[in-house]
Design a protein. Sequence first.
Length: 440
Amino acid sequence: MHSQSRLPRRLLSCSLHTLRQLLKEAPAPGSITHIQGWVLSVQHLKNKSFAMISDGSTHERVQAVLTPAQAAGLSYRTSVSLRGKLVLPRRAEAAIQKYDLEVESLELLGSSPKDIPLQNKYNSAEYLRQHAHFRPQTQVSASILRLQSKVLQSVTDYFSSQDYIQTLPPVLTSSDCEGAGETFQIQQGKAFFGKPTSLAVSSQLHLECLAMGLGRVWTLAPTFRAEKSTTSRHLAEFRMLEAELSFCELPDLLTVVEGIIRAAAKSHVDGKLAAALSLSTSRNPWPRIRYEEAIIILQDAVNAGKATFTHSTCMGSALQTEHEQYLAKHFGGPLFVTHYPMKQKPFYMQKEGDSAVCFDLLVPGMGELCGGSMREHNHHALLSSMRQQGISIDEMAWYADLRKYGTVPHGGFGIGFERLVGYLIGVTNVREVAAFPRWL
């Protein structure tokens, strides 16, 4: 017996398709079709009514042409099932929708009372955050969420083409790879798993374990930071795109990151931003400067009266967002800054003199988009770094063990996924990109 025969008759007899699929197939005018979706607007004339229909699968719509009787009871966000004949719209309307649907039958699936919190008008970002469960119904938010899906598919395809293995590291962990203590602790009557446990601030340490067996690995995992921040660049919960590579050097990491950003940007943006991205991504490779050179550029800008900064530009000081944005603007596009002072960086980064073998990718309008480093693969050097930074060797023995048996040069990086999508569409506030933003 075929498995299909077990399905309800209704599922066997109907043809389920989305509005995006319908428009992509481009059926001939006069075709009879069936669409389901939500009403975005209704216009009533003397003998006809018109309703814009969307099902969320695409930003495009179909205009339903109805009789006044059919349109009775329709309002913003009413859900309907329509059957009718596709016709070409009038020339003036062709730029808005590809087809009109002359409705033969209509079924009202769900009514939408007039007191719906999300009205068919401009709603401020703050108002939408207060009604986050309705926000995906807005045109802007829906477009961002569809773009996120496309970007993720492009990133997945890129990693697959380069022989990376997608992995699923744990979210519950007893390790804080950032070492800042800004973790969400799991509270139990006794320590979870026999030791203090928190939500992961990064998947890096576990990805390093996986890379020692699989060579090249990546993940897109939920990440949590218990840091109070009111900036437009930080969230308490976000998605981190992370990768770890065995048998690599720092230039290899930069090349991979550049490849990912290019893959994500390709064909997913329009208009002026697309032109700007095309220009900035056409340079191969993107500029690569050391931290010391970045500081000199900032100091020269101050001395020449070209810029003023709130934070220090002294050699050895940390680069702040204002510095990062100036550097990206100065170079006219994305650039890598490498070899920051080791005293600013975590214990696991490879050391080269007083510098860490690391990098940040800076982009216009945002600042840091990605950070990464070569990991210290020498067992004795790692233990020394852990002692210097007060990291418990006993608690991190499993991590140090990776360097005792067949260690190899390896490195990795992390990209805030919401920041990446925001950069591609020109939205600098990550709260507008996350479907359900969380911040402290």
